[in-house]
Ligand binder design. Structure first.
Ligand code: 2BA
Length: 109
């Protein structure tokens, strides 16, 4: 059995939830925040049999889109020159960041 942690954009999370339900894949959804953009994203926790890992990855890959997003870096209030001005920079986010981990034990009490 494996534990899959999948961080996706909020915009993709509802469709991904539906796909998991249709495929009879059990998942838990967490509301999370990206450390860099400090914007909301969604993390799915999925416990799945080894032989279904590829199926889960395929669904995540097909559902999660790459998007361009703008972020404004924090302004440095101590600096005086124009170089301290904060201009929005374009960042590419997603499709999905996925971790696959081994599970030592699984219990349902
Ligand atoms: P954020 O940390 O908000 O990052 C959003 C996007 O900003 C990233 O997209 C990446 O394109 C860019 N980015 C992140 N850190 C950067 C930096 N130091 N310099 C320049 N650009 C940077 P993704 O790579 O698609 O990541 C989307 C979200 O997935 C991240 O949101 C974070 O919540 C999570 N994530 C990505 N890699 C991770 C990792 N190694 N460990 C844990 N969470 C991760």
């Amino acid at each position: 059995m494996k534990l899959i942690l999948a961080i996706v954009q909020d915009k993709d999370s509802n469709l991904l939830s539906s796909q998991f339900i249709d495929a009879n894949i059990q998942a838990t959804k967490l509301s999370t925040t990206g450390g860099f953009l400090k914007a909301g994203n969604t993390t799915f926790i999925i416990g799945i049999a080894d032989d279904r890992v590829d199926e889960v990855l395929k669904i995540i890959k097909e559902t999660s889109q790459t998007r361009q997003q703008f972020m404004t870096p924090p302004v440095n209030l101590d600096a005086t020159s124009d170089s301290s001005m904060a201009y929005p920079v374009e960042v590419q986010v997603g499709g999905a960041t996925v971790f696959v981990l081994p599970i030592e034990a699984f219990h349902r009490f």
